[in-house]
Design a binder for this molecule. Sequence first.
Ligand SMILES: Nc1ncnc2c1ncn2[C@@H]1O[C@H](COP(=O)(O)OP(=O)(O)OP(=O)(O)O)[C@@H](O)[C@H]1O
Ligand SMILES: [Mg+2]
Length: 449
Amino acid sequence: MSVSQALNVLVIDDEPSMRSVCEGFLRSFGHTVDSVGNGESGLSRIEESFYDLVITDYKLPGMDGLRVLQKVKDKSPNTEVIIMTAYADIESAVQAVRYDAFDYLPKPFELEEMQRAVRKLERIKKLTVENRLLRSQLKEDYGFERIIGDSDALKRVRQIVQRVSQENATVLIEGENGTGKELVAKAIHYNSPRAPKPFVPIDCSSIPPGQFEVELFGQDRGGAGNYKEGLLKMADGGTVFLDEIGEIPIEMQVKLLRAFQENSVRPVGSVNAVKLDVRVIAASNTPLEENIRAGQFRQEFYYLLNIVNITLPALRERREDTQPLVAHFLKTKGTGNRRLHGISQDALESISSYSWPGNVRELENLVERALALGMSDRIEKEDLPPSILRASRIGVSSTNDSSDDLKPLEEIEREAIFRTLDRTGGDKMLAAQILGIDRSTLYRKLKRI
Ligand SMILES: Nc1ncnc2c1ncn2[C@@H]1O[C@H](COP(=O)(O)OP(=O)(O)OP(=O)(O)O)[C@@H](O)[C@H]1O
Ligand SMILES: [Mg+2]
């Protein structure tokens, strides 16, 4: 069964005739289309269900198309946005692309031009699905020895991973951002008898609540080419990795519990259930027992997931792992003529008092940064990011604080996030509040860092 490329499209335009022309045209290619007259109603649609594509006019009553674009990207990062704008507005078109618009259509345009942009998205969507499968089928090198660390906690983790990889039991991995949850999940899968079959990671924090059922179980709209395969079915025979499982809405938890108990799923719109053979590994950033206490997580679902529990301690609670990890990243990240052979004593001292809110991922980042920017053949104190220098007890005078240097926005953002997390002692709710972003946005950013 091929994966359908029919798209869910939302058209936002205040002119009814424009809306109906777009709707009719896109429907004739098999896409599902909704339309609204202003940005506010568009955004509330986005909260209710998932759209592959939003086509919005730039000039709208109330918020304009650029604002709509930003809000859509914030609420639903996997939704693409095309902006329609008059020729005179070329400046806004440039801005649109800068804000990550998929494309823009200078008005007036022929419907064929719209179709070209939509076709481009269809092709990309198709590739993404195929890539996801290909990537997951690659038998990557995930030996147990890839999980580095000399602490007792990490030694225990390696033992459990080794043991459970031979079983079919459900595993729940808990630990802060960047502690290695996905690494552990992959080690279990790639050392299990299921290794030749797919490992399918599903980031539950990036799926809008209304869209879980279609994404996970699939959808059957009837007729040829109208079948969308669910992610669970894509993992058939292999392992599904439900990342940030605490973000799954409660009604969906009940449905998943049933699916896993009955080993079958029923695609949305279909009367027939399909058989499913997957191993489930789940991960959470926060202890799920807290979610249960807050009434956001079903106890029965938790029992099903938590057959084996692996809790990965934060890096600050196992400082003895820092040095072997630095050594490991120096070895694996160095390429060609750019290799580093160690770390200077004062850099090491600065590192040893730091709280690592981004855990191992932050450490990995530090090594990559030193490789890219450093001048010496080892990591020097100057190569450390200001967030670490500032936090270190040794301190630096403000004159050699390189934080005033010009640098990419991405890096400034990363520093702001880590500094805030460091100051809140790792409290993500509070850090998100201070940074003025949603908690889920913070999670998403932490993963990309
Ligand atoms: N013990 C370890 N040994 C070697 N590499 C590690 C270890 N722990 C984490 N890493 C590396 O650190 C990075 C982050 O790890 P990973 O993505 O598994 O973390 P995570 O817990 O899933 O984070 P998030 O909650 O943000 O998704 C990866 O590149 C991973 O390979
Ligand atoms: Mg992860």
